[in-house]
Write a protein that binds this ligand. Structure first.
Ligand SMILES: Nc1ncnc2c1ncn2[C@@H]1O[C@H](COP(=O)(O)OP(=O)(O)OP(=O)(O)O)[C@@H](O)[C@H]1O
Ligand SMILES: [Mg+2]
Length: 364
């Protein structure tokens, strides 16, 4: 899909206006605090998403001299599903969305029509933080593409909570607890197998797509490998059942389930070395960027629509070669890149450039 034009009113610090966008690369530059991220955020919010900066919707409505406006409005003209479309999102007491003049039952439904992938500096936690973040990344990304995954994940979590409750009260009635554990282990193994299979499939798709991207970014000098780190062998139903049985004594002691997909991780290595422990800042950024570019490709393979790619502050800490790759070599889609340095704009060889100053977005 392609966003042709975006229009905004009362959105953060942006001065009300409309911007015609390039079909390929759009670079948004300016000094700190001017509104660059706010500008690309308009294109995330109109897609029915919550802010990628983890704030509530009302933080997006313009505040002037301490007073918040009643509502903010974003409109986009875009090409998708082989036709020109219009989307409108109003953030007020309620969030409402209209697609081609028809109200959507829920603003979040816009996600099914307006596809976007974002890189934001907070995404670096994907390679820097705990396994929980990587599991969340897998769960969110796969759920967005496969509603069945989300369903099974909910069932798994519910069952896990119930098993943990039984473990907690195990000594109140051992016989009944053992019986309940048998039942929960059976369900957890079956849901768990499904989740692990889907996670492996997603990571396999990423692993297949990543080599050319990472080679491109690193001038062929680095290889980025991902592997599902499963605490129960291959994660087959029988293996999970055995792992749960073996862990039971321990689980009773700690009143918590210690094996299963809720404890798994993804190992990320560059040239055989763990990213979290060994990679440089630029390598970490490149790794997350590569994962996001793969995500865009996988969304496209699933929906036949190339999502727009929003890259917020991806350039800092990347050397000139890597910046050149991001600006000039990423192919087949619409990309938005924010940056602060004129030196980045100087190496841009295609697309449009926008300058942002005190909330005013101007094409250069
Ligand atoms: N609801 C709001 N109303 C008015 N101004 C806001 C609102 N939300 C954020 N701002 C202002 O927007 C500015 C930040 O904009 P933004 O995050 O887009 O900056 P940036 O150009 O991306 O800067 P950096 O280069 O540091 O990332 C700040 O000055 C902030 O006070
Ligand atoms: Mg910013």
């Amino acid at each position: 899909m392609l966003v042709r034009k975006v229009q905004f009113e009362n959105f953060r610090n942006l001065i009300d206006g409309a911007v015609e966008l390039d079909e390929g690369i759009n670079v948004i530059y300016g000094s700190n605090g001017m509104g660059k991220t706010n500008f690309i955020e308009t294109m995330w919010i109109i897609g029915g998403r919550r802010s990628f900066r983890g704030v509530k919707d009302n933080a997006l409505i313009k505040i002037t001299n301490g007073k918040r406006e009643n509502s903010a409005r974003i409109c986009a003209r875009f090409f998708s599903e082989n036709r020109e479309q219009t989307a409108e999102m109003i953030l007020g007491a309620k969030k409402t969305a209209t697609l081609n003049g028809v109200d959507l039952p829920l603003a979040s439904k816009m996600q099914e029509h307006f596809h976007s992938v974002v890189f934001s500096p907070t995404d670096l936690e994907l390679v820097e933080d705990s396994p929980q973040i990587r599991r969340k990344w897998l769960d969110d990304t796969i759920s967005a593409m496969r509603p069945k995954y989300d369903e099974v994940l909910s069932l798994y979590r519910k069952c896990l909570d119930q098993r943990n409750a039984v473990l907690k009260n195990y000594f109140d009635n051992k016989n009944s607890a053992e019986m309940m554990l048998e039942i929960y282990d059976h369900h957890l193994s079956s849901y768990g197998e499904f989740l692990i299979k889907q996670r492996r499939l997603y990571l396999k798709a990423v692993s297949d797509l990543i080599p050319p991207i990472f080679e491109g970014l690193s001038r062929g000098s680095e290889q980025f490998e991902l592997e599902y780190a499963c605490g129960s062998g291959c994660g087959l139903r029988e293996e999970l059942a055995i792992a749960l049985k073996t862990a039971r004594e321990n689980d009773i002691k700690y009143a918590s389930t210690t094996v299963g997909p809720h404890r798994d991780d993804v190992t990320l290595n560059i040239n055989g070395l763990n990213v979290k422990t060994f990679a440089s800042q630029g390598q970490k950024r490149s790794a997350v960027l590569a994962l996001k570019l793969c995500e865009a490709q996988i969304v496209e393979n699933n929906t036949d629509e190339r999502p727009i790619i929003l890259l917020d502050d991806v350039m800092s800490e990347l050397d000139t070669y890597r910046r050149d790759y991001v600006l000039n070599k990423i192919t087949g889609g619409q990309v938005f890149i924010t940056c602060c340095e004129q030196s980045t704009v100087d190496i841009q060889r295609r697309g449009k450039t926008f300058f942002v100053e005190n909330g005013k977005v101007t094409e250069k």
